[in-house]
Write a protein that binds this ligand. Structure first.
Ligand code: PGA
Length: 248
């Protein structure tokens, strides 16, 4: 059984003081909610958020990790560093990292494999650009990402995977995919995982939609049968907006 998961992705927003103010407000608002929620935050906020959300059920995620155990990789953070502070989730392959920081399907695959050696669940982001969609390539692009990113990963690990379908043209643009477009691509992702593994494995994978999700459109997106959650950027920065999405 898949439990819906609404995750915030703060990107490079919020100092520790700002994160603390959000956490204090959000955990009060979240008290009577039974939908699973998470915040994926900058590295510097993670330890504080883990402390703040202890006992609330709200999960905490990083937005990137390195695939090596340790080493001379200036500026990078390892899986064990995240595990030590109690992080639950880690975003992998966000389109901003693919676009600005040379993240490739190959590095995504290595990062997923390293996370699956431990206890942190990945949120793998995939999605096509507007150019690719207009050229009728959306399905092929997303399938190609899924196949490459999951290569060589065991079925039992895939059951713990979270995938976020994030069309690049809908991120931070205010232009949301229609619920039908989002549903169609989430179904393509589940079919692709079924083909690579089997239906029982694909049935366990949480598939989120991300791209300009806000309180006004969360319900119609979450009502789609193949969509099990949302990855929310801009609208996760204010506790009052984010709780409305969590309570879709
Ligand atoms: P957005 O970002 O909700 O601000 O469009 C989504 C994301 O990048 O995960």
């Amino acid at each position: 059984m898949r439990v819906p998961l609404i995750a915030g992705n703060w990107k490079m927003f919020k100092t520790k003081a700002e994160a603390k103010a959000f956490a204090e407000e959000f955990k009060e608002l979240y008290k009577d909610t039974d939908i699973q929620a998470a915040i994926c935050a900058p590295f510097t906020d993670l330890e504080l958020l883990v402390e703040e959300f202890k006992g609330t059920g709200i999960m905490v995620g990083a937005q990137n990790v390195h695939f090596a155990d340790e080493g001379a990789y200036t500026g990078e953070i390892s899986v064990s560093m995240l595990e030590e502070i109690g992080v639950d989730l880690c975003v992998i392959g966000h389109s901003e990292r693919r676009q600005y920081f040379a993240e490739t399907d190959e590095t995504c695959n290595l990062k997923l494999k390293k996370l699956f050696e431990g206890s942190i669940r990945p949120i793998l982001c995939v999605g096509e650009s507007l150019e690719q969609r207009d050229a009728g390539q959306a399905e092929a692009i997303v399938k190609g990402q899924i196949e490459a990113d999951l290569e060589g990963i065991a079925a039992d690990d895939i059951r713990k995977l979270i995938v976020a379908y994030e069309p690049i043209w809908a991120i931070g643009t205010g232009r949301t995919a229609t619920p039908e477009q989002a549903e169609e691509m989430c179904a393509v992702i589940r079919e692709c995982i079924t083909a690579l593994y089997d239906e029982s494995v694909a049935d366990d994978v949480i598939i989120q939609y991300g791209g300009s999700v806000k309180p006004a459109n969360a319900t119609e997106i979450m009502n789609q049968p193949e969509i099990d959650g949302a990855l929310v950027g801009g609208a996760s920065l204010k506790a009052a907006d984010f709780i409305e999405i969590v309570n879709f």
